[in-house]
Write a protein that binds this ligand. Structure first.
Ligand SMILES: Nc1ncnc2c1ncn2[C@@H]1O[C@H](COP(=O)(O)OP(=O)(O)OP(=O)(O)O)[C@@H](O)[C@H]1O
Ligand SMILES: [Mg+2]
Length: 310
């Protein structure tokens, strides 16, 4: 039995179909839920919490039926909502303490947990300041802390990296990974960037227009979609020469706009092959990087329909 299971889950808002006949199973560890804007990620999370009723189909969370056991689910699950929802005149300390007590912890235990989780998320002295004066990064940390205070079995994190700069994104992703790994809490985390979830997720589920496009272990996923972007210089036909050499070496390579070459990753040695061939041709390597998968890449490869810009 999965931590989360849905069968034929469908949600319509008038003429809009937000979720369309979705069958998803989510297990232990960290699961990334990826999809473009409007794919249905937040709708799925709200249904799983029992906050929004499905139009048809069924779903269970930790063996509880979302249609009838919403409050039991919310006692076992932590939720980090997508949008800013923090009261401006309350400190993170007071909010998290209050949420702990609301979840049934006695005052002393709630205080202890509050101090622990705020430390884990990296809110230091500022935890005593009103949250209205927090930066986006601090707000995201406060939202995460309140989702963890009651020691949940599962957390649903809706776009925890939204609005964060690259360094804060990395910190947040490391935290997400630690929640799933060190703390043993099952995690469902959403993003529209596949690249960032690949790094921290054991499994990835891709939604497109309310339907499941792909669900697999992250390792399989990277194998299926991983590629490198290569840029070389040295002579006018440098990109064509290297492209041909890569193909001769049995790799799949194709030209991209701007003289770049995209090379499909075959195994851990692929980047070494690129480097060696570049040297053999007497060329200079300007760029060799893993392609940062945006969700569009998967849609292109999956051949799915409408893709909205992210
Ligand atoms: N309360 C609502 N009323 C009407 N339509 C809604 C409502 N909530 C969601 N929708 C629609 O359902 C679809 C899915 O929305 P949802 O918010 O679940 O997407 P999402 O994947 O979370 O997108 P984002 O990345 O922008 O957060 C969208 O077309 C949206 O407009
Ligand atoms: Mg959303």
């Amino acid at each position: 039995m999965g931590v989360i299971e849905t069968h034929g889950l469908t949600k319509r808002y008038g003429s809009i179909t937000a979720l369309n006949d979705l069958d998803v199973t989510v297990g232990e560890g960290v699961t990334g839920l990826v999809g473009a804007n409007g794919a249905g990620k937040s709708t799925l999370i709200k249904i799983l919490l029992g906050l929004v009723p499905a139009t048809s189909g069924t779903a269970t969370v930790l063996d509880h039926d979302v249609a009838t056991q919403g409050s039991a689910i919310r006692a076992l699950v932590g939720y980090m909502p997508e949008h800013d929802c923090l009261p401006a005149d309350v400190s993170a300390n007071d909010l998290v303490l209050h949420m702990g007590q609301m979840s049934g912890l006695p005052y002393a235990a709630a205080r202890e947990r509050t101090s622990d989780v705020l430390r884990h998320v990296g809110l230091a002295e500022e935890r005593y300041r009103p949250m209205g004066g927090y930066s986006t990064g601090m707000k995201q940390r406060a939202k995460l802390a309140q989702a963890l205070v009651h020691d949940p079995r599962l957390v649903l994190l809706d776009e925890p990296t939204n609005g964060l700069d690259p360094a804060s994104r990395d910190d947040m992703l490391a935290l997400v990974q630690r929640i799933g790994g060190d703390f043993g809490i099952a995690v469902l985390v959403t993003s529209h960037l596949l690249g960032e979830l690949e790094r921290v997720s054991d499994n990835v589920v891709v939604l497109d227009g309310g339907q499941m496009l792909q669900s697999s272990a992250t390792t399989e996923f990277m194998h299926a979609t991983g590629s490198l972007i290569v840029e070389v210089h040295g002579r006018s036909d440098a990109d064509r020469a290297l492209g041909q050499a890569l193909i001769d070496a049995g790799l799949v390579a194709r030209p991209m706009p701007g003289g770049l070459i995209e090379v499909e990753v075959r195994d851990a040695g692929t980047s070494d092959v690129v480097r060696d061939l570049t040297v053999d041709l007497g060329l200079g390597l300007v760029r060799l990087q893993e392609r940062h998968h945006r969700i569009e890449d998967v849609f292109r490869e999956g051949g799915a329909g409408s893709v909205q810009p992210v």
